[in-house]
Design a protein around this ligand. Structure first.
Ligand code: GUN
Length: 286
């Protein structure tokens, strides 16, 4: 079997088209553009690239963005003070604090400084709780993007054994909750899981979200499984050994061009939604 390759850029374009339409309508009615504030702490080149991609995409989608770069030597208080200011700034609709931050920063404390109404990246505990319990709130962007990909390719997770490899607060944990909400049977695996090959071999859907290059071998994939590789590693290498996995899977995401584009699209879409909700401006559409 040779897998169909999931076109993440195409799925992202459909999300962005809706965001663009709503952003234009918001601008017409509110007299200003929806605005995403980004916070980047330190000098990680990959993080710089990701943040630049997000602000560039704001521009091409009709949103404003405001970039804040904080020194690598900053303290947790330095960063939470900035995020507090952005949380209280009426000209900012959404806040993205890029992960990972330098080791001395308490990431959880920084994320919790984002007011939930501007948590368009879905990283606060309030957003996680709303997502897990089916309440109103913003979803973690990569998990939500993965659900968009499954929907776009007609994959209904109901009853399917979905194995999530990774348990990070903004990726592994929430994507498992979203799959559970879609009636999947979910198994979480992580660095201490024994018999990872055996568990993967029984998976109908594999979500790789562990950040270890090619940890998941192609030979472990059950023939016909759906493989979603959300790993981001230096050099554009995913968490899945791509070529042999593509021989066995029915659907597979490439790296890059699979999950990544949908993450950004969801972020922008949620920023426009936050703007509409904060301004109380009625719009048509989603
Ligand atoms: N780093 C990699 N992916 C993400 C994401 O979705 N949100 C944030 N804040 N940082 C990231």
């Amino acid at each position: 079997m040779s897998a169909t390759i999931i076109d993440g850029a195409h799925v992202a374009d459909t999300i962005l088209a809706d965001a663009r339409e709503q952003a234009a309508e918001f601008e017409r009615k509110a007299g200003r553009r929806a605005c995403l504030a980004t916070v980047l702490v330190g000098d990680d080149p990959a993080s710089h690239t990701y943040v630049r991609m997000k602000t560039n995409r704001c521009r091409t989608t009709g949103l404003d963005s405001r970039s804040h770069h904080v020194a690598a030597t900053a303290t947790t208080t330095d960063v939470t003070t900035l995020v507090d200011e952005l949380s209280g700034d009426d000209s900012v609709d959404g806040i993205l604090v890029q992960h990972p931050m330098p080791a001395q920063i308490d990431e959880r404390e920084v994320f919790e400084a984002i007011t939930p109404t501007k948590d368009v990246d879905g990283v606060t505990m309030a957003s996680f709780a709303a997502m897990a319990l089916g309440g109103r709130g913003f979803q973690a962007c990569t998990p939500a993007g993965i659900i968009h990909l499954l929907d776009a390719y007609g994959v209904d997770p109901t009853g399917l054994h979905s194995v999530v490899v990774g348990r990070s607060p903004i990726l592994g944990k929430p994507v498992g909750m979203l799959l559970l909400a879609r009636n999947a049977t979910v198994t979480y695996c992580h660095a201490r899981t024994s018999d990872l090959p055996g568990i993967i071999a029984a998976a109908d859907i594999v979500v790789a979200a562990v950040g270890r290059p090619e940890l998941i071998k192609g030979a472990w994939i059950k023939p016909g499984a759906v493989v979603i590789d959300a790993g981001y590693n230096p050099g554009n290498i995913g968490d899945v050994e791509y070529a042999p996995a593509a021989e066995r899977a029915s659907l597979i995401t490439p790296v890059p061009g699979g999950v990544g584009p949908t993450t950004i699209a969801v972020l922008l879409h949620q920023t426009v939604t936050a703007a509409v909700q904060s301004a109380g401006v009625p719009t048509t559409g989603v």
